[in-house]
Design a protein around this ligand. Structure first.
Ligand code: ASP
Length: 298
């Protein structure tokens, strides 16, 4: 029997001092929920879905309710989930009426022939399988309306968002007692993004990758840079070349910086159950449970 392990992150960005506590509380809460699934014999897939769903429901994070607004003042969400035993993947992008895009992503994986559904098509599928649509306004927080107004007035620009980085995408990686790995990531993207902009998160190999033969990865940070490096798969390739989780995480983040001056973070679990955490933003909220002990950092 494999020892279960779960790692979660709540995004790599310049988390201000007053938001440190809610971030730590949020990732600790999520990791415990995922851990409960694992110790009760649940699958890694169920554990990462439960952990990510918990953070989507927590308005602290840029995922689900409370996400950044796009240039027209709407929340548009991206999410992905992947199974390391089969390499099955499900993802959704630019969805507006869905409270928990990670749940819909899992349904795409399990109930369709496809990997990624976007916008209207994703909504139609959700409706068909009975996932409740919410009014997009339910996902909007006053805090984000204020940020959006500043963006519109030109007081906030893309540089402010990415330098040192964007805010709080959420993600989780886990291994269950059967030795199966899974990974999941969910985001509202970046503030003031163009309508229809899709970042790295729902793209397999960029925001997420997992393969039982090597390990599991969830990324966060500047999506346009992460996509060009294919960051999550880069980490997996480094593990395949002999790096452990921490070495692979550090090397991949160095590459994002050295090649593109990109800001990003990753959480990694390698096939031996080692954990890796690396980021080049001022802060990244993360937590893990291994051998029954919880650890969190920021
Ligand atoms: N990677 C996400 C995106 O670019 C944002 C983030 O991680 O904060 O959509």
């Amino acid at each position: 029997m494999q020892k279960p392990v779960i790692v979660v992150h709540g995004g790599a960005w310049n988390i201000p001092d007053d938001l440190v506590d809610p971030h730590i509380e949020g990732v600790r809460n999520a990791v415990k929920i995922g851990w409960d699934v694992l110790v009760n014999g649940g699958s890694a897939l169920d554990a990462v879905e439960a952990a990510v769903k918990t953070m989507e429901d927590d308005p602290t994070f840029d995922a689900g309710k409370g996400s950044f607004l796009n240039e027209e003042g709407f929340v548009e969400l991206d999410a992905i989930i992947m199974d390391g035993s089969t390499l099955d993947v499900g993802a959704v992008a630019a969805v507006r009426n869905i409270k928990n895009p990670i749940v819909l992503a899992r349904k795409v994986m399990e109930l369709t022939e496809h990997v990624l559904l976007v916008g209207e098509g994703a909504n139609k599928f959700a409706k068909k399988i009975g996932i409740k649509m919410v009014d997009p306004r339910e996902l909007v927080l006053e805090r984000e309306v204020e940020r959006w107004k500043a963006f519109k007035k030109g007081k906030l620009n893309v540089k402010d968002i990415f330098e040192p980085a964007s805010k709080g995408t959420v993600g989780a990686v886990a291994v269950d007692i059967n030795g199966n790995f899974a990974a999941a990531t969910s985001t509202g993207g970046v503030a003031g993004k163009m309508v229809g902009r899709v970042g790295d998160t729902p793209l397999v190999g960029c925001g997420t990758y997992v393969d039982n033969n090597y390990g599991a990865v969830s990324s966060t940070g500047h999506g346009e840079k992460i996509m060009k490096i294919v960051l999550a798969k880069e980490v997996i390739n480094l593990i395949a070349q002999g790096c452990n989780a921490q070495e692979a995480a550090e090397k991949a983040i160095e590459l994002v910086w050295n090649r593109l001056r990109g800001r990003a973070g990753v959480i990694v679990l390698d096939k031996n159950g080692n954990i890796g955490v690396s980021y080049n933003t001022p802060r990244m909220a993360y937590a893990y449970i291994k051998d029954g002990k919880i650890f969190s950092g920021i």
